[in-house]
Design a protein around this ligand. Structure first.
Ligand code: ATP
Ligand code: MG
Length: 355
């Protein structure tokens, strides 16, 4: 039987709860859809690890997970540790060296879930976020700390190769979806260097994909369009910062931050890809057993798709939809009273066709 090696990094807060639930679900789907199994290694990296060792993950951490088939990540962050330390010390310390440059975020309103939009009919998007450079390239500096002359820069750095590869990825993904439609988001009216290059490269790549209908939007206008005319959008590509913001908006429009999944892909498969819910460690509800695990389950669907296990991915997505359609299984963030364990059991039952 085929065995996939999975590296699980639960992290902090509710990360541990939703990753444990997802591992149960992934083992259940593997048992139901014959032909493969998961072998899981769990790594206790994150905020608590930092408090003991002064690092978010060990120096050789990446070597320990480099040969796994995929990474399942929960959330890292701790109220006592600055966010930029946890982000750069773990998530970005994996994403960047593993060249997971395509961050993919499917966005749909699941049956049974209420969107804050009056009319969310037809909201079915995939947001592609450039995940390796741009505004989060880490370029910049700070001088004259504490003096009146103090100054700081964060330079948004875009390379032609970096923009080309994310644009090709996005056009290719758009072509694989029924509507074959892509919206390229920039701020090229105000940012006249990199964003203009982004627009030019989009036009170049568009010629390689004549089947794809595409348009351009400025990011500010895009937020309004997402809210006012959601059904006019399909695949969306944007820079690291812009897509970060747009995808939180998108997640909120689907009913809860707890539902939204994401994949950090290295499309060339030179390194493992990483799958995680978009929410953070949510310490306000940690340890209470009420975190919504659906975002992490859905990330499991993306993980299965990435491994090429299409039948298993489809079966798990169907189980998630069936469970969400029944309000008994809604956690408090969705206005219900279900607990993480109830949702997990319901999804496992649905995998086995029991409900
Ligand atoms: P971090 O600092 O790690 O990003 P955070 O405290 O900013 O974490 P998020 O997880 O990003 O929190 O989410 C903000 C709020 O949304 C949380 O405080 C929590 O109440 C709610 N929330 C997020 N994820 C979930 C979930 N899976 N289930 C239920 N509620 C959630
Ligand atoms: Mg947060």
């Amino acid at each position: 039987m085929k065995t996939y090696r999975l590296a699980a990094i639960p992290g902090d807060g509710i990360g541990g709860e939703v990753v444990a639930a997802s591992l149960e679900v992934l083992h259940a789907i593997a048992a139901r859809v014959a032909g493969f199994r998961f072998e899981v290694d769990i790594f206790d990296w994150g905020g608590l690890y930092y408090k003991k060792h002064g690092l978010m993950m060990p120096e050789n951490g990446r070597d320990l997970i480099r040969h796994h088939d995929a990474i399942l990540f929960g959330s890292a962050g701790h109220p006592d540790i600055p966010d930029h330390v946890t982000l750069w010390g773990l998530r970005l310390a994996i994403c960047q060296p593993f060249d997971q440059y395509a961050n993919v975020r499917p966005t749909r309103v699941l049956p049974g879930v209420t969107s804050p939009l009056r009319d969310a009919l037809g909201l079915d998007w995939v947001i592609v976020r450039e995940n390796s450079e741009g505004e989060y390239a880490g370029v910049g500096g700070r001088v004259h700390r504490g003096s009146p002359l103090e100054a700081a820069t964060d330079v948004a750095m875009f390379t032609r190769q970096g923009v080309l590869r994310i644009m090709r990825f996005a056009f290719d993904l758009a072509r694989s979806r029924p509507r074959r439609q892509l919206t390229v988001v920039t701020k090229s009216n105000a940012q006249r260097h990199a964003m203009v290059m982004w627009d030019e490269i989009a036009a170049e790549v568009a010629r390689e994909f004549p089947e794809v209908v595409w348009d351009k939007m400025l990011v500010d206008a895009m937020t309004a369009r997402m809210v006012m005319h959601p059904s006019t959008l399909d695949t969306i590509v944007a820079t690291n910062l812009h897509a970060d913001i747009l995808s939180d908006l998108a997640a909120a429009l689907t009913g809860s931050l707890g539902i939204a999944p994401t994949a950090n892909l290295n499309p060339e498969r030179a390194f493992p890809s990483m799958f995680e819910p978009i929410h953070g460690s949510a310490f306000d509800i940690a340890g209470k057993g009420i975190a919504n695990p659906i975002g992490t389950f859905w990330s499991g669907v993306l993980l299965l798709e990435h491994l090429g296990e299409k039948a298993a991915a489809h079966r798990l997505m169907t189980a998630i939809e069936r469970v969400m359609a029944d309000r008994r299984w809604h956690t408090p963030d969705l206005g219900g009273t279900a607990r993480t364990a109830d949702v997990t059991a319901a999804v496992i039952d649905a995998i086995h066709g029991a409900n």
